[in-house]
Design a protein around this ligand. Structure first.
Ligand SMILES: [Zn+2]
Ligand SMILES: [Zn+2]
Length: 138
């Protein structure tokens, strides 16, 4: 048995692969999910943005994002729903970063690797030259 404090309310509960919060909070979350789901599944609310859903349902944005990330809220039918990219704040619908930031980050990593390579080459060259001079001297 894996006893832990609920990250939401601090109650002790038995943690398992399906629950990362206690029973009370889980039930509360279910209720919140129903609210969000009942709201956005209405045809007239399909185009709602995150702000509109939060306002209409009273459910915290943090929780709605959790529903999206856990895959319970499928975004395919809701073109305006999403959450901010953790780097620039652009609305995204999966992962942590928007496409642009992912590209930027990859470029940065590439550049860093290239510089690393260059440094390595320089180091090897220096070693080579010093060795050569060593030989000349002796
Ligand atoms: Zn709890
Ligand atoms: Zn971004």
């Amino acid at each position: 048995m894996n006893l832990e404090n609920c990250p939401n309310c601090g109650r002790l509960f038995v943690k398992n692969q399906f629950r990362d919060i206690c029973d009370v909070c889980y039930r509360e979350e279910e209720k919140q999910f129903e609210k969000v789901y009942n709201y956005i599944r209405k045809r007239e609310n399909r185009m709602a943005t995150m702000a509109q859903v939060v306002e209409a349902t009273g459910v915290e944005e943090r929780l709605i994002i959790k529903f999206i990330k856990s895959g319970r809220l499928q975004l395919a039918n809701f073109p305006n729903l999403g959450y901010p990219c953790s780097r620039c704040g652009t609305l995204i619908r999966e992962g942590k970063l928007c496409a642009q930031c992912t590209k930027d980050l990859n470029k940065q990593i590439e550049r860093m690797q290239q510089e690393e390579e260059k440094k390595k080459e320089q180091r090897q060259r220096t070693v080579y030259y010093t060795r050569k001079e060593d030989k000349k001297d002796s």
